[in-house]
Design a protein around this ligand. Structure first.
Ligand code: PGA
Length: 247
């Protein structure tokens, strides 16, 4: 699974350029689930621009709110489903940092969307937590939000160390592999249906380093920010994934 998280970037002209760069470079195969999460105001525009031949490309949302109704500025789960979104990212560290989202908000969002579309839950430690060897404790605490939920294969976890997002720094592939195994074990023992989720790595993934991550046993794909804003680079990352997994 390879997901583009455009964050608060893009414009109508960027989208048409992106789609043409992507289409020229993407080698279509029966590869992984591919997703694009544009800013919600552009979802319809992306849907209209993706050529029908790119049938494997799914649109998703960067976030949803805890409910609908009197919630100025929010986007509800019903709205993204209405547009055919196939997944929603939940609990991104930027939501936690800039919008003060706490575990109980994140759990409410997950309950709002679980089993209606894929939930991509982001978890990850800060630099300080990493230095203090607290990574596993922090992840375990963040994963409490899924306790006793029956996901029926609709949960994906993105491991995104906060210190690796947009910085060019990453953990070693070995390190990531170990953490992904840990996450799979925690999720399996926490969820009602003993879900073993796909675990994506996110944090400064680009076309130069993706291969090292994708080779690891427990890395099931990537959630990509900066590098996904370039259609050519995003397509190349998918091609790299397919090259490794078709061997
Ligand atoms: P990045 O962002 O690829 O720009 O580091 C990843 C993310 O925040 O999802």
């Amino acid at each position: 699974m390879i997901i583009a998280n455009w964050k608060c970037n893009g414009s109508k002209s960027m989208i048409s350029e992106w789609v043409s760069d992507f289409s020229v470079n993407y080698i279509e195969t029966n590869g992984p689930f591919i997703g694009i999460a544009p800013p919600s105001i552009y979802i319809e525009n992306v849907l209209a621009n993706i050529p029908t031949k790119l049938t494997g490309v799914n649109i998703g949302s960067q976030d949803i709110d805890t409910s609908s109704g009197a919630r100025t500025g929010a986007v509800s789960s019903e709205m993204i489903l209405d547009y055919g979104c196939k997944f929603s990212i939940i609990g991104h560290s930027e939501r936690r940092q800039f919008y003060n989202e706490r575990n109980d908000d994140i759990r409410r969002k997950i309950l709002n969307i679980a089993n209606k579309t894929l939930t991509i839950l982001c978890v990850g430690e800060t630099e300080e937590e990493n230095k203090n060897d607290l990574t596993k404790d922090v992840l375990k605490k963040q994963l409490e939000v899924i306790e006793e939920i029956d996901f029926n294969d609709s949960l994906v976890i993105a491991y995104e160390p906060v210190w690796a997002i947009g910085t060019g720094n990453t953990p070693t592939p070995d390190n990531i592999n170990e953490i992904h195994k840990f996450i799979k074990d925690v999720v399996q023992s926490t969820t009602r249906n003993s879900e073993i989720p796909l675990v994506l790595y996110g944090g400064s993934v680009n076309e130069d380093n993706a291969e090292n991550f994708f080779k690891e046993e427990f890395v099931d794909g990537a959630l990509i920010g900066g590098a996904s804003l370039n259609g050519r680079q995003f397509a190349n990352i998918i091609n790299i994934y397919n090259g490794i997994n078709s061997k």
